[in-house]
Design a protein around this ligand. Structure first.
Ligand code: NAD
Length: 349
């Protein structure tokens, strides 16, 4: 079904509020989820509420948390999110890093033990809109790993995303590179499974190690695996994301004892740089504009598929979905309706 984003926002807000969150927490989480849907990343949209309610019930997602500041030198800080809503604490961490980078030129934050932080691009975008360059490396420590290393047929990682954001100019929006290091985010397998649709070629192996497009292989026991993107390159990036956001930040990693009842836990290493400490604003902006024009001037290999810059597909999706609404598959809608019934809240606005 197609639902207007404002209705979805209301429903998400009511569900998070019914879980006990403060109005501020509910508003941040709901907006984050619906923004992910608007940007075409349904894997990280309102469908995640099913997992959040499961983790709330299990006590592995804690509401209304204030992060513990483990250390803070002014330019480097480490925060423990105490399994609070990741959307709230990761936003606070990047806001801290932006202010620290404004003062000192660069800031590093290590975020431990956040419940799912969602679409990592959210944080890169906040930094880029504040004129900063941001690099975010994320690990996922949530029970059984579903992503195989290059040449492997057994899971050793989860989807360990990376995000790099470059500020926009007077003529161009920020560049926002933001993706899972797996061929597809696991949530996209969930969305395809719920919708009864096949996955793209080259994303999955079944439990016997055979290539398949059937998303249900991730829901069998024994289950299949998602492959890393870009063969050894994505696999290497998955490993360093795991180590940067896990071992180096001090957050649980995929090898830490992570029973499924841990819920979805993310660690994140964020590096925020004020780029005017490296060059002048005018020369930087002119070079960014030149480079974007240069890249986009390449003739398309397929006539109807123009060259895009990272961040552009999400902006195009957002404009289309604001205008036409957001498609939610029947299974996901049914799951949200079950939650609404259980919490005795309205499903429609
Ligand atoms: P994806 O494969 O759709 O890639 C998205 C990136 O590629 C974006 O930067 C986008 O602008 C760019 N892009 C897409 N098409 C393009 C084109 N034609 N030309 C140029 N650039 C293009 O994303 P994904 O790997 O499915 O990840 C989806 C989301 O899931 C991300 O927001 C990620 O942060 C999030 N995620 C979160 C977690 C977590 O644990 N919190 C884990 C994995 C993924």
């Amino acid at each position: 079904m197609i639902i207007d984003h404002s209705k979805l926002l209301g429903l998400a807000n009511r569900i998070v509020t019914a879980g006990g969150s403060s109005p501020t927490e509910a508003a941040i989480v709901a907006e984050h989820l619906v923004e992910a849907n608007l940007r075409g990343h349904d894997s990280h949209g309102v469908g995640m509420l099913v997992a959040y309610v499961r983790d709330l019930d299990a006590g592995t997602l804690k509401i209304n948390q204030t992060p513990e500041v483990v250390s803070d030198t002014g330019t480097i800080s480490v925060w423990d999110a105490r399994a609070g809503y990741g959307q709230v604490v990761a936003r606070q961490a990047v806001e801290w890093a932006i202010e620290a980078a404004r003062k000192h030129g660069v800031a590093v934050n290590g975020l431990r033990n956040a419940h799912h932080i969602g679409r990592v691009g959210t944080y890169g975008e906040i930094a880029a809109r504040a004129g900063m360059v941001a690099l975010h490396f994320v690990n996922v420590a949530s029970g059984s790993p579903g992503v195989a290393p290059f040449r492997g047929r057994e899971g050793r990682f989860l989807t360990n995303p990376v995000c790099i954001a470059i500020p926009g100019t007077d003529n161009n929006e920020p560049i926002l590179l933001d993706f899972a290091t797996s061929r597809v985010a696991l949530g996209k397998v969930r969305v395809a499974h719920n919708a009864g649709k096949p996955m793209l070629d080259g994303a999955l192996l079944d439990y016997a190690g055979q290539p398949t497009t059937d998303p249900s292989v991730m829901y069998t026991d024994p289950r299949g695996v998602v492959l890393p993107f870009g063969e050894h390159k994505g696999s290497g990036l998955a490993l360093v994301c795991e180590l940067l956001a896990g071992a180096i930040v001090g957050s649980p990693s995929v090898t830490t004892s992570t029973p499924p009842e841990r819920g979805i836990i993310n660690g994140m290493l964020s590096i925020v740089i004020d780029p005017i400490r490296l060059s002048t604003r005018d020369s930087m902006m002119a070079e960014i504009d030149d480079m974007i024009s240069w890249v986009k001037s390449a003739k398309p290999a397929e006539q109807d598929l123009p060259v895009l810059i990272a961040g552009e597909p999400e902006r195009l999706a957002r404009a289309a979905r604001i205008a036409k609404g957001i498609e939610i598959d029947d299974t996901t809608w049914g799951q949200l309706a079950d939650i609404a019934q259980r919490y005795q809240i309205r499903i429609d606005s």
